[in-house]
Ligand binder design. Structure first.
Ligand SMILES: [Zn+2]
Ligand SMILES: [Zn+2]
Length: 320
């Protein structure tokens, strides 16, 4: 987070107003720092100098029209892609790919590391009472993890390899577990692997153990270009390599193995919040284990510094 962004955060204490008449105002309770937020502070989204933060929950403070009064005081979060409703993608029901979209805390729209956030009414998602506050913080990244299952049919007989042991890799593994697939997670940290094993997931630290060309599906969730190459080596002919990482740096690779082995490459980004809420209600995981540290909003810069340390998973900013 740069100083300008932080000043903007502090000034939002004084201006709790929705940014357009079609939007409602949420008083933010807590928001999680994700790798995208950290990349934003390094310039991942050129031109974005607003408030980051897109994994959050809070309580509805004010609504644009009396018809929305029933939402006041409700615990909510918001879908992050704010669509125009008019373009060719919106007309095909692909509003997450809207040509004119803003994205909460990422593209042309202030995010949730603030006391208040203004969001379009249609983006608001009610959080059922059965879902804890801590689990609510993971609705957005869980939706992204579950998007894989919207794109690829994963069956119990499938051999699946997840590359990475960070927060996203954990959420991908937890969401794949109910499919009954034969899954391995390959990371670099023993303590993160142990957290997965404690949840009944086969987690490895030494990647040299893993044979080449045996996996039906490989999911690259580590953010490392080297893991992309590794994924290409591990997936079997006619298999699928799912790319879950948004690489900051470009890199080169020889596509011959994609062609020769007829590999399907799938890019996978955001998912539907409804799927994440259904998962949390059905599986009732306790995702608190992923939260390493919490900071108050006024210590936002310290929170960002902590989130970049190697020994933490999720860092949460408490905004009220
Ligand atoms: Zn995120
Ligand atoms: Zn659109």
């Amino acid at each position: 987070m740069n100083a300008l962004q932080f000043i903007k955060i502090l000034t939002t204490f004084e201006s709790p107003l929705p940014s357009s008449p079609r939007e409602l105002l949420i008083r933010v309770s807590s928001a999680g720092i994700c790798n995208t937020d950290i990349e934003i502070t390094r310039g991942y989204v050129p031109g974005f100098s607003g408030i980051p933060g897109h994994e959050f929950f809070g309580y509805v403070e004010s609504v644009p029209y009396p018809v929305h009064n029933r939402l006041i005081g409700k615990r909510v979060t918001a879908e992050i892609n704010c669509a125009c409703g008019n373009c060719s993608f919106c007309n095909q029901g692909l509003s997450r790919h809207c040509r004119n979209r803003t994205v909460i805390g990422i593209v042309n729209r202030d995010g949730a590391f603030a006391e208040y956030i203004s969001v379009p009414v249609e983006n608001v998602v009610l959080i059922p009472d059965t879902i804890s506050d801590n689990n609510s913080l993971f609705i957005e990244p869980l939706a992204a993890a579950l998007e894989i299952q919207e794109q690829v049919k994963i069956l119990p007989e499938h051999e699946v390899l997840i590359l990475g042991d960070g927060k996203l890799a954990h959420l991908v593994a937890l969401t794949l577990k109910p499919t009954g697939c034969r899954m391995k997670v390959s990371g670099r940290h023993e303590w993160k692997a142990q957290l997965l094993r404690d949840r009944g997931i086969d987690a490895l630290v030494n990647r040299q153990d893993i044979p080449d060309r045996v996996f039906d599906i490989v999911i690259e969730a580590s953010g490392s270009p080297a893991a992309f190459q590794e994924g290409l080596a591990k997936v079997k002919p006619r298999g699928t390599l799912v790319l879950k990482s948004t690489y900051v740096q470009s890199f080169s690779f020889n596509p011959a193995s994609v062609v020769v082995n007829e590999i399907t490459l799938i890019g996978s980004r955001c998912g539907r919040f409804a799927a994440a809420i259904a998962f949390l209600e059905k599986e009732r995981p306790d995702l608190s284990y992923l939260i390493s540290k919490r900071f108050p909003l006024v210590e936002g810069i310290a929170a960002f510094a902590a989130a970049q340390q190697p020994d933490v998973m999720k860092v949460v900013i408490d905004c009220r």
